[in-house]
Structure formats: structure tokens, C-alpha cells
Design a protein around this ligand. Structure first.
Ligand code: KG4
Ligand code: ZN
Length: 343
């Protein structure tokens, strides 16, 4: 089964053709990041406009690269939640137009589920159940993936997402948006024990995260040094911050995997590209005899191939939408399409 997949939840307009949830026949990504960089973050209104401008060409190229047409594919998967509402609406409406014109099924797909599904593409033998860490710019969760479309949230961030903490800490260090990759690079040149930074925990919730105190500690370190006329060693501060984030993420993930009794550990989302996190989790999993699955770097960030992967499993589970499909800015991962998130 070949799906055309469309993603427009944030600042990447992406389309892909994916066969049977695993084989990527094409994947096209038009990133707006250079434009948002000058504002230090994603400007939602600009994101929507750029999606409108890019989407036709991106979808056409994805179909052409795969040697397909809208008539030869079997369905259209689209990210409908969560994300920037104006950005999501562009992809959703474009997909609805294509579905109406072609008569192909329309498959609403959850963005975070898709991040996890990137791993099915990269690791064809991977099957649920497994314990998963999702760490992106908007989300940080520990999730029990019980089946391809069945999820249980074990832990979550109480404030900033891991990627958001990276981006805010990076900004205070003088790096451009999105700063995760810049901290990652600087951290490789620094001493991770140079600065003492906190590892906040949430009392009574062993799998939850809190990153805002850590982010504030970085900002305060820089501010205090400035006031005293001292300089900050950015590489050392980046390395110390990265070590703290890795300590927190790996602690919660290993605890959850132990509790759930899973041998397979999966990581997903933009922060899964982090070199320190990848190395640290490889080490921790090896110690415990766990099998670690990480997406390749080109599937860590936002893309539509992962939407084609998850969309396939949603379709197999009977999930399709009518032309009344709407976008939803926030939706828990364990809430399926058409279910009441707050029931
Ligand atoms: O999954 P993603 O592309 O978009 C969302 O769905 O949010 O994640 C983007 C996030 C940004 O916060 C970015 O700084 C972070 O992933 N990121 C990284 C790295 N590469 C991207 N964070 C740490 N280290 C990296 N190498
Ligand atoms: Zn994402």
C-alpha cells in the first residue's frame, strides 16, 4: 500500500511517498528555518504563509520522485495534530482537497506518533511493545507503546520540552535558533563537569521531567558572570548543560523501561539527534542488556516519511477521516482520531 504523506505542523513543509509503512519511495522537505532564525523562534503567521507557498511544489515533487501520481497512490496521510494551528491547517486542507479530487482515503495522523514511527522505517524488525522517549521542541514524554496505535503516557514534562530547554539555553549562550545542534557541537569541545547545574525532579512522579529550573540556572550562570565582569566558557557551559539533560532523560527512561519490563528502548523527536544523548543511552542500554533503537539523523527532525509510516498503521487500524477533518493544536498521544481527549 502506497501512501502520500503530508506534514506541516511547524516550520517544515514536507511530503513523502511511503510503501507499507516502511519503504520510503520519496521524501521532500522545504524548511523555513532560515527565515525564522532572524526572529529567534518560529513566527506562526509566517510559518502558515510559507506552507501555503510551498505545499503544491513539495507534494508534486514527492509524487514525481516516487514515480507516482495522485491516482496511483492508495491513500493520503496528513498530520492533523498537534502543532501550530495555522500551519497544520495548510497541510490538512491540501490533503482534503487531494482526497476529494482523487477519491482516495484520508488518514489523519498524530505528529508525535509519527516521530515514533520514524523508527519503523529505520528498523524494520522493530515491533511494539516498547518503552519510548519522545524529546522534541514541543514535547517530552516517556511513553509505553503498547501497539502501533495504542499508547500510554508514563511521564511528561511539567514545563519546557527538552528541545525547548535546549533552544532557550542556546539563546542565552548567544547561539542562533534552533540552538540544540549548536549546544551539541559546543558540548563536544567542553568539560561537562565545569559548571554545577541542577537536575530537577518532580516529587512523587518519578517519570516526569522539569527543565525550566535547569534552563534558568544556565541563564543565571551567564548573568552572574556578566555582573562580576567574568567571562563564561561557552563550551564548558554547553557540555555541563548537555550532561544534565542527558542525566535527566536517561534516568527517567531507564527507570520506566525497568518498571515496564521492556527490552526494546526507542527514542524519537528532534532531540534524538543529540550526540551526547545517543552515546549516553547506548551505554546505559548496553549495561542493562536492552536493545536501543534510534532514528537515523535524517528522520529525527520533522519530515513526512514518518507520517507515511504511522499513517499506514492508522489505516490498518481502520482510521480514516471525512472532509470534515479539522486540525487540532494540542492532542494527547493516547487520544485516537475522533476520540474525546478529555472524556
Ligand atoms: O521534532 P522536531 O524537529 O520538531 C518538533 O516537533 O518540535 O524537534 C526540534 C527540536 C528543536 O528544539 C531543536 O533544537 C532540537 O530538536 N534539536 C536538538 C538537536 N537537533 C535538533 N537538540 C539537541 N541536540 C541536537 N543535536
Ligand atoms: Zn516534530
Amino acid at each position: 500500500m502506497k501512501l502520500l504523506a503530508i506534514e506541516s505542523s511547524c516550520d517544515e513543509t514536507a511530503a513523502a511517498v511511503v510503501e507499507d509503512g516502511k519503504t520510503v519511495l520519496s521524501s521532500v522537505i522545504a524548511s523555513q528555518v532560515e527565515e525564522h532564525k532572524q526572529y529567534g523562534g518560529v513566527v506562526p503567521e509566517i510559518a502558515s504563509r510559507r506552507h501555503c507557498e510551498a505545499i503544491s511544489a513539495v507534494v508534486d515533487k514527492a509524487l514525481a520522485d516516487a514515480g507516482e501520481t495522485i491516482h496511483s497512490i492508495d491513500g493520503i496521510a496528513v498530520t492533523y495534530a498537534p502543532g501550530l494551528i495555522g500551519a497544520l491547517l495548510v497541510g490538512v486542507n491540501y490533503a482534503k482537497g487531494l482526497a476529494m479530487a482523487s477519491g482516495k482515503p484520508l488518514i489523519p495522523t498524530h505528529h508525535i506518533r509519527s516521530h515514533i514511527a520514524a523508527n519503523y522505517i529505520a528498523h524494520p524488525k522493530l515491533k511494539p511493545p516498547f518503552t519510548c522517549l519522545v524529546a522534541s521542541g514541543g514535547h517530552s514524554h516517556i511513553i509505553e507503546v503498547q501497539d502501533y496505535t495504542k499508547f500510554r503516557v508514563i511521564g511528561r514534562t511539567r514545563d519546557d520540552a527538552a528541545g525547548e530547554a535546549y533552544d532557550k539555553a542556546a539563546r542565552s549562550m548567544g547561539f542562533p535558533y534552533p540552538g540544540g545542534i549548536y549546544i551539541d557541537r559546543a558540548a563536544q569541545l567542553g568539560d561537562p563537569d565545569a559548571y554545577k547545574l541542577p537536575r530537577p525532579s518532580v516529587e512523587g512522579c518519578p517519570y516526569d521531567f522539569s527543565f525550566s529550573g535547569l534552563k534558568t540556572a544556565v541563564i543565571n550562570t551567564i548573568h552572574n558572570a556578566k555582573q562580576k565582569g567574568e567571562s563564561v566558557d561557552v563550551n564548558n557551559l554547553a557540555a555541563s548543560f548537555q550532561k544534565a539533560v542527558c542525566d535527566i532523560l536517561s534516568d527517567r527512561l531507564m527507570k520506566a523501561a525497568g518498571e515496564l519490563g521492556h527490552n526494546s528502548i526507542v527514542v524519537a523527536g528532534g532531540v534524538s539527534a543529540n550526540s551526547g544523548l545517543r552515546a549516553r543511552l547506548a551505554e546505559e542500554c548496553e549495561k542493562r542488556g536492552y536493545q536501543l533503537y534510534l532514528p537515523p539523523l535524517d528522520l529525527c527532525g520533522d519530515n513526512a516519511a514518518m507520517v507515511g509510516a504511522q499513517g499506514y498503521y492508522e489505516f490498518l487500524a481502520g482510521v480514516t477521516a471525512g472532509l470534515d477533518l479539522n486540525a487540532t493544536a494540542s492532542l494527547p498521544i493516547d487520544c485516537g482520531y475522533g476520540e474525546d481527549a478529555y472524556a
